[in-house]
Design a protein around this ligand. Sequence first.
Ligand code: THU
Length: 176
Amino acid sequence: MIFQKLYSNFGKKSEITMKTTTISIPICIKDEAELTVQETQLLNEAKRATYRSYSPYSHFSVGAAVELDDGTLVSGSNQENAAYPSGLCAERTTVFYANSRYPDVAVRRICIAARDTNGQFCRRPIPPCGACRQVLLETEQRAGHNIEVLLYGTEGTYCLRSVKDLMPLTFDSSYL
Ligand code: THU
């Protein structure tokens, strides 16, 4: 795509032409009733995991659950620490545990849920932080197939077909 833009160069406005590209991400938004049996089971695991969160500092309780290729479900929650950066998000806690416990079984799907400081499940779908996205990306590469991502919110669950959809323009080992 090529478009014209007014460009300010040291206060002097000039018209330049630049190439642009647009990345669009397909997201399916499902009500709880629209989730499949497997998705509902995974969501329930992620919700349950929020109650095992150790979050005395943020009071924000996050749960994640992964389904492996053989159907095994693994869940985890965010674990905080008085030395704040030493804590870990629910997604990485869960994926690292799944990969260390079942190194030969790939992750097929991940679901994330969170409860806010009032203890209520978040209205908006809970998105993973940048560091978790990077880890999920490598988990997907390691799996050798796409990992479906479910981001739960009481107003709807965002369903993405791949971690790559969460994180376009990614850096990965193919650049090395
Ligand atoms: N947190 C997660 O566990 N996952 C996310 O996707 C976002 C944030 C945690 C980290 C910290 O314990 C708390 O939520 C507040 O940031």
